[in-house]
Design a protein. Structure first.
Length: 117
């Protein structure tokens, strides 16, 4: 349930960021599954190390904390994803992994009350 165009934009932005902020020849992995009445979308990449205190900077508009592949875009992917998830009653968390991966997890209610009817 929900606004399918916005949810598609959420996923597309996160996948785009995972590719752009990755190492050359790195990998991007995605997973979707239901869990506790939530739809869970998890994406990881093999980007450079990011310290936990830099995570909030990723959600700030027009802020780049690391180099990326390509030069297009305005650094709004994570911020936009968080806004879309919040509008659907969900949330987005971002966690840097010790080996350089970044893991982003989106949780959206399976029965989103915002867009029903």
């Amino acid at each position: 349930m929900g606004d399918l165009i916005l949810i598609e934009r959420l996923a597309a932005n996160l996948i785009d960021n995972a590719i752009r902020y990755n190492k050359p020849d790195g990998t991007v992995q995605t997973e979707t599954r239901p869990h506790d009445r939530m739809a869970v979308f998890r994406i990881t990449n093999t980007g450079p190390l990011i310290s936990p205190d830099q995570i909030d900077d990723h959600a700030s508009p027009f802020t780049r904390i690391q180099q990326r592949i390509g030069s297009e875009g305005h650094c709004l992917g994570l911020r936009l994803a968080k806004s879309i998830a919040k509008a659907h009653g969900g949330n987005v968390t971002a966690v840097p992994c010790p080996d350089g991966e970044m893991e982003i997890c989106v949780e959206l209610p399976l029965d989103c009350p915002v867009f029903e009817g």
